[in-house]
Structures are given as structure tokens and as C-alpha cells.
Design a protein around this ligand. Sequence first.
Ligand code: ADP
Ligand code: MG
Length: 135
Amino acid sequence: MDNHDLLVVKNLKKYFPVSGGFLGKTTAYIKAVNGVDLVIKKGETLGLVGESGCGKTTIGRCILRLEEPTEGQLFFEGKDIMTYDRTRLRQLRRDMQIIFQDPYSPLTLEGGWARLSVKVSRYMECLRHRSARSG
Ligand SMILES: Nc1ncnc2c1ncn2[C@@H]1O[C@H](COP(=O)(O)OP(=O)(O)O)[C@@H](O)[C@H]1O
Ligand SMILES: [Mg+2]
């Protein structure tokens, strides 16, 4: 981890319990996210691409702590956000947001690589930082 790392995610896991059987006991787990590592550097855009149900939304929700990770470490601007209480998380969510893809907008790849990067960052589900938005 260095000074230019905006977001560092290490070994992120989210298992959702599946209840069934006698008295709704947990009988299995859906391993929605199973050991994800990623780094977003300042000024960088990261798109999460993949088939429906592969865990993109759950990763975003875990990073914002809207979903409690089963396991993993999260650092935003070098700070360990897994230790944040509700007040600090509320402040943090002013600086981080999930931008959901528009499912009715196809990802068109015409126009070469320069345009591609713009389109990908516009349409992919991604996390952006407030300073990136204004700058
Ligand atoms: N609250 C939840 N309870 C149980 N299973 C969930 C919940 N949220 C998501 N899942 C499951 O986790 C997996 C990943 O879902 P999701 O993160 O929404 O994928 P994506 O955004 O890539 O389509 C799917 O199998 C989905 O059914
Ligand atoms: Mg999704």
C-alpha cells in the first residue's frame, strides 16, 4: 500500500446464509464474493464487469459497508474502514458512492480505444471519489 492508493481491498468475502430445513436453520451459504483483492489509485477508474450474479454489486456494497463483509480488509485513503462506527461511515459515504450501470444502455465499443475508456468508465458499475468527480 502506498500514498497513491485511494482504495485497497484485500481478501474480501461475503457469504449469504441460505435458510431452509427445520425452523429455518442455515443450511448453506451463497459465496457471493470469495477472496477479492483490488487497488484503486488516485485518479484511476475501475470498472467491474461480469455476468449477472457474479458479485459486482455485493463488492460495492461491502466496500461502502452497506453489507457487512464476512472477511477481508478495506482501506480508504490509508484508513482501515472496517473499524469505522456508524457516524464515521456516514461521513465516508459522502466521499464514496456506487454508480450503477444502466442495463438498457449497451456497451458499444466502436470509436477506438480512447473513446472506449470513456464509455467503459461511464457504463460500468464503479466507485468514484468526490475529488475525481469535481476534478
Ligand atoms: N441479500 C442477499 N441475500 C442472499 N443472496 C444474495 C444477496 N445479495 C446478493 N445475493 C447473491 O449473491 C450473488 C451475487 O449477487 P450480486 O452481487 O447482486 O451480483 P451482480 O451485481 O454481479 O449481478 C448472487 O448469487 C445473488 O443471488
Ligand atoms: Mg449488480
